[in-house]
Design a protein around this ligand. Structure first.
Ligand SMILES: Cc1cc2nc3c(=O)[nH]c(=O)nc-3n(C[C@H](O)[C@H](O)[C@H](O)COP(=O)(O)O)c2cc1C
Length: 182
């Protein structure tokens, strides 16, 4: 991966919530880099760019775009289609500007992966998802992309669309696109 990016200090300076997106598509290499930053495999032992509690690796990262929904596999660095059609309206959940983003990354805490369901585990999964979302925000800042971490979304409809169990919890989404006007 070769990419000219900002320094760490410049990246943190640029990190912000941006809620206005251009219609320009994100090219596949940029999306690929963004997914790797979010939670790609970065070591031979299979560990990831984002830490997780006891290395549960319980975050399901879904990519919503105008054509469908895909699930990211961090170990293989691949996307698998799981639903067809433009479902970005479910992510907007009333904040209509969010559906303008060409891509939306949805982070689902999958407690069925560690099979650990108590309140403490739920909290740790929320921490893990928060760290992953911040990876996304910082990568976007470095790549000149706009994003905002969001709790708002139509959770019931998303669970139905993705056939999620009651222990697979959509917690945060990050709409991603180029900033409006660019
Ligand atoms: C857990 C969490 C949930 C959030 N949910 C939403 C949301 O649903 N909609 C929204 O517009 N912004 C949402 N935000 C963004 C915050 O409003 C934003 O981070 C805050 O106003 C500070 O602005 P900044 O990110 O530019 O520093 C959320 C942020 C966090 C950390």
């Amino acid at each position: 991966m070769k990419r000219s990016t900002l320094s760490v200090m410049e990246t943190f300076k640029e990190r912000k919530s941006d809620r206005a997106f251009s219609q320009k598509d994100i090219d596949s290499q940029t999306l690929s880099d963004l997914l790797w930053c979010a939670q790609g495999k970065n070591r031979e032992d299979g560990k990831l760019t984002t830490p997780t509690c006891r290395n549960w690796q319980e975050i399901r990262l879904y990519v919503f775009d105008s054509k469908g929904v895909s699930l990211y596999n961090p170990q293989k660095h691949t996307l698998t289609s799981v639903a067809k059609g433009d479902n970005r309206g479910l992510i907007a959940g009333g904040q209509n500007w969010a559906a303008d983003a060409p891509v939306c990354l949805v982070l689902v805490a999958d407690l069925d992966k560690p099979k650990s369901y108590d309140v403490r585990s739920q909290r740790m999964a929320a921490v893990d998802v928060g760290i992953c979302s911040q990876n996304i925000s910082l990568a976007c800042a470095a790549f000149g992309l706009a994003t905002v971490p969001r709790a708002t979304m139509d959770i019931k409809s998303i669970c139905q669309l993705l056939n999620l169990t009651e222990n697979q919890l959509p917690l945060i989404n990050n709409p991603v696109g180029y900033p409006a006007g660019k």
